[in-house]
Design a protein around this ligand. Structure first.
Ligand SMILES: Cc1ncc(COP(=O)(O)O)c(C=O)c1O
Length: 412
């Protein structure tokens, strides 16, 4: 079982007497789930590796869930780690890997978080879970709530791709589209609602759920047979992924299982890059930015206040970097990823490949460095960005001459 020692303030060390108070009463920062792992020895690692479970729960001891029966799992984790030959050649790498999280149960990385978050909700006896989201977390919370037997309420901005709205609705969630600015109006309404209705809050302000993405570290450690990548590039919005990967790798290092740490890279859209801006200015915390339109809608967050500063710590602690990409670069990476590696990701999910390409061109990343790009959301989440021509949509008669004409000559 996972041994939760405390919910502790990362600034002043205060420990919450309650399991549902998530914020430090004096520092106002998000508390951290402290998991007891000091007793684990190398024989535990061998034991973990003998387990047949191919989900994040293979590493059960590292998550804040005491009761195995409370676990809500849809088979999340242990996603393919691909070594794409043609894409690597195109981008100039010899050891490029893609962590393909598009195949997670609801099509995005959020399932890593919500499997842990909803398991805790069940352990704590909640009846309704809620989240405010740019879309992917909404679908994921809806699915895991359904499997856990909880009701769910999800709020999304009105411009959210209808495919994401449909997905959350299909799982039985009450989906509320809200007009207004995400970081202020929508998040403000949501916080007031959580307060008033007492829902289980599945945002990144939930320290249990934030432990879920540590699973990247454990899985990569397994899949790369104890090798530690030189670089891991993560599509970044709230900063939870960077924080959690850093924590996971540090746990493995502290146990003497891993021999070093990877450099972590935040990849953000130029239209919403508060973490990149704070990194470049040498700030220790985020200055909120006003977001603009971008194809990377799932990572369009201007004020990552709970985890942004921790993501900065992870980037700096790891000697990594942060990079902002324009829409053209993101769409090009999405297209290369699909056409050369066979992985169809939404633009936000493909931004790590755009960042790898840029950092390779700038020679920040070396040709022979081992690089992992997390591919965090499926292309069908946002199909509207794939441009179709008139010919793509115009049917031909069932006739070989018409087919020849349509092909514009024989295919090789
Ligand atoms: C597709 C996708 N990638 C990446 C992220 C980044 O999240 P975080 O920075 O919290 O790990 C999100 C969610 O916000 C997302 O939906």
């Amino acid at each position: 079982m996972g041994i939760l020692r405390a919910l502790r303030c990362p600034k002043c060390g205060w420990e919450s007497p309650s399991k549902t108070t998530f914020q430090c009463t004096s520092c106002k920062v998000l508390l951290e789930a402290i998991i007891e792992i000091g007793h684990l020895t190398r024989s535990h690692l061998l034991d973990i590796r003998k387990r047949t479970d191919r989900t994040i729960w293979r590493w059960f001891e590292f998550f804040p869930i005491q009761d195995r029966l409370a676990i809500v799992s849809l088979g999340e984790g242990y996603t393919p780690l691909l070594k794409p030959k043609l894409l690597s050649q195109e981008l100039g790498f010899t050891r490029l890997y893609l962590k393909n999280d598009t195949v997670l149960p609801t099509g995005s990385l959020k399932d890593r978080s919500n499997s842990v978050g909803l398991s805790k909700a069940r352990e704590l006896g909640f009846k309704t879970a809620a989240v405010v989201s740019t879309g992917n977390a909404a679908a994921s919370v809806a699915a895991y709530s359904a499997a856990a037997g909880l009701k769910s309420v999800v709020m999304v901005p009105r411009e959210t791709d209808p495919s994401k709205v449909a997905q959350a609705r299909a799982y039985g969630a009450t989906v509320v589209l809200v007009d207004g600015d995400y970081d202020n109006d929508i998040a403000g309404l949501y916080s007031a609602a959580v307060q008033e209705f007492g829902w289980y809050d599945c945002r990144s302000t939930n320290p249990y759920r934030d432990e879920g993405k540590k699973s990247y570290a454990y899985e990569l450690f397994d899949q790369l047979e104890d090798h530690i990548p030189n670089w891991i590039i993560h599509p970044t919005a709230g900063g939870t992924g960077l924080y959690a990967m850093w924590k996971g790798y540090n746990e493995l290092l502290s146990l003497g299982w891993a021999h070093r740490l990877p450099k972590l890279v935040a990849a953000q859209s130029e239209a919403a890059a508060p973490i990149v801006a704070a990194f470049e200015k040498g700030l220790s915390d985020i200055e909120p930015v006003v977001v603009k339109e971008t194809v990377a809608e799932s990572i369009k967050i201007g004020n990552p206040k709970s985890m942004g500063w921790r993501a900065l710590e992870a980037i700096r602690g790891s000697k990594g970097t942060a990079v902002a990409l324009g829409d053209d670069e993101i769409l090009e990476a999405q297209s290369l990823l699909a056409k050369l590696a066979g992985v169809f990701a939404e633009p936000a999910g493909a931004i790590s490949v755009a960042a790898a390409r840029k950092l390779r061109t700038q020679n920040v990343i070396g040709k022979d460095d081992m690089v992992v790009c997390n591919i965090t959301g499926h292309g069908l989440k946002q199909p509207s960005v794939v441009r179709l021509s008139d010919d793509d949509l115009r049917p031909i008669p069932p006739d070989i001459d018409a087919l020849r004409k349509r092909l514009g000559g024989p295919l090789p």
